[in-house]
Design a protein around this ligand. Sequence first.
Ligand code: H2U
Ligand code: ZN
Length: 351
Amino acid sequence: MQFQFDQHPHRRFNPLTGEWILVSPHRTKRPWLGQQEKVTDSRPQYDPKCYLCPGNERAGGIKNPVYTHTFAFRNDFAALLPEMPESPSESPLGNLPANLFKVEPVQGECRVICFSPRHDLTLPELSIKEIQTVIALWKSQLEELSQKYRWVQIFENKGSVMGCSNPHPHGQIWASSFIPLLVSREDECQFVYYKQHGNLLLLDYAQAELQDGKRVVCANKDWIVVVPFWATWPFEYLLLPLFPVKRLSQLTLEQQSSLASIMKEALTRYDNLFETSFPYSMGWHGAPFNGKENDHWQLHAHYYPALLRSATVKKFMVGYEMLAEPQRDLTAEQAADRLRRLSSIHYKSKS
Ligand code: H2U
Ligand code: ZN
């Protein structure tokens, strides 16, 4: 019997994090007894009870302006606070052994960003021009917050299954004095690759994927969206530039426009997969603001969707995955193939 990686259990390596994932393609024939229902969501253009709609009141009594494009505000329940003591004068942990009990103070800011005044729309339903205003907002927020913080995490948590509290199209930004764990891992892996090969890890990867084509969902002259070879989530995306660029703030207007159109296409394919507003967590990674050159860094976005086989059946990261290693059944190639076959026109705009 000869090993075939679309049929036999194997592990795949993630060069961006140094982690492995177990792939079990033979299990996709497993019977499934779970429910497979369609979810219909119809929302008004304006919801008087929504804390993100224009002109409405938020927690604490602050009123949103009657914004017409995008709107950013400080999170009323921020996880990070800007004014904190630099470091405690004496250990807050008393006599506990310092090598086992470590603590460090952090500073930061959290913001919420509304993508549109329309309560009923999501990113793929916005026009390319409107998506460009979201990109412009990401860019200006990054420019402002990076003056003060070493890391600026731009992200979007979409859909109630991802724990998102409000369907109004919005994202968040958490800026911090420290570089978070997952970012440091990517920093290290990209640095080692750059030192060994003199090339950017993710640019080499994007070019290899473009040539091979098996995991490509869509691409244009500047950008490529793949289900990465090492994907953990069933329909995970990695959105990559086809040119070297360290940060979102360095994109030209033309590159922002081509980004808006690849986002619209990739997210439309997500929604068309189960004819539902596809829930995911996404976020941007670029060079941190640590005072270094960061020549090894390449900008990219991760999309981690929770759904597995219908609008309601999600993948759980439990059991073996919590205790040993992430695992998937559907291969990255099968997932990309399914997404590629779908229409690039949103199902809602057809009916
Ligand atoms: P989600 O997208 O993950 O649901 O987050 C929305 C954020 O909005 C959440 O972090 C904030 C919450 O703290 N929020 C406000 O800042 N003001 C409000 O009036 C309600 C919610
Ligand atoms: Zn709203």
